[in-house]
Ligand binder design. Structure first.
Ligand code: SAH
Length: 225
């Protein structure tokens, strides 16, 4: 999978992709993430990428021209499945959407900033809009990193234990059961006995029961019964 993330603040995206699982995915060539500086596509005397909003009002707006030039240039190098604009009023991101996007080959993620992007970008250049929640961030960079992380960790081979992603919350309509590690007792707080029993059937039954219990309590909307 190849992700091209367009931003006017590329430094905001340096660290999420240079550590841990996302770094490993790139080292193993399972995913490539390209951070594109919108300023490289700026034109005009001041090489600006934003301007005042027509009609007034506070906040700058990212201009269509650099964005159009950037997307057009990217499209000469790859065939993109989607051009996704990160937007607070987009489709709400969830695990099902992460699963679906993980099957795509090339994606563009466009990050807005300030007041957002010129509406004509959304009307003519974007194929899809995604929100990571009903709150407003300063820019689309953190939202794009969230989407990229959720998607890349699903690619086969990225996680060491291939079944690991399948046992995460939401994959089977349930949230994940609790997990414990050593020591088996800390300050008198004990790990459930069954997990130390070595009886795998019993352990799996316990995990399933706990996942059901937790889903009923915390995310009853996920239950399909
Ligand atoms: N004026 C806009 C908000 C702009 S916030 C409004 O009220 O809807 C600046 C940028 O941050 C947006 O262009 C978008 O790319 C990004 N952004 C903010 N909140 C987001 C969210 N919840 N999900 C995805 N992107 C978001």
């Amino acid at each position: 999978m190849h992700l091209s993330i367009i931003t006017c603040l590329p430094r905001l995206l340096e660290s999420p992709f240079n550590d841990s699982i996302l770094k490993r995915a790139q080292q193993k060539n399972l995913a490539t993430v390209e951070i594109i500086d919108l300023r490289d596509y700026a034109t005009g005397k001041h090489l600006s990428v934003d301007d005042y909003a027509f009609g007034g009002g506070a906040g700058m707006v990212l201009m269509i021209e650099p964005i159009d030039r950037c997307i057009t240039d990217l499209k000469t190098k790859r065939k993109y499945d989607e051009v996704i604009y990160m937007s607070p009023d987009g489709d709400l991101f969830n695990q099902a959407m992460a699963n679906e996007l993980s099957l795509k080959k090339n994606l563009i993620l466009l990050c807005g900033h300030y007041k957002g992007v010129d509406e004509r970008v959304r009307e003519h250049l974007v194929t899809r809009e995604i929100s990571i929640g009903d709150y407003v961030l300063s820019g689309g960079e953190l939202a794009a990193a969230v989407v990229a992380d959720a998607v890349i960790r699903l690619l086969p081979g990225v996680l060491n234990d291939e079944t690991s992603a399948l046992s995460d919350s939401f994959q089977d309509g349930l949230v994940a059961p609790p997990v414990y590690t050593r020591p088996a007792e800390y300050k008198g707080w004990k790990v459930p006995e069954v997990l130390l029993s070595g009886d795998h059937t019993k352990i799996e039954d316990w995990k399933h029961e706990k996942a059901l219990e937790r889903t009923r309590k915390r995310r009853p909307g996920l239950m399909v019964d």
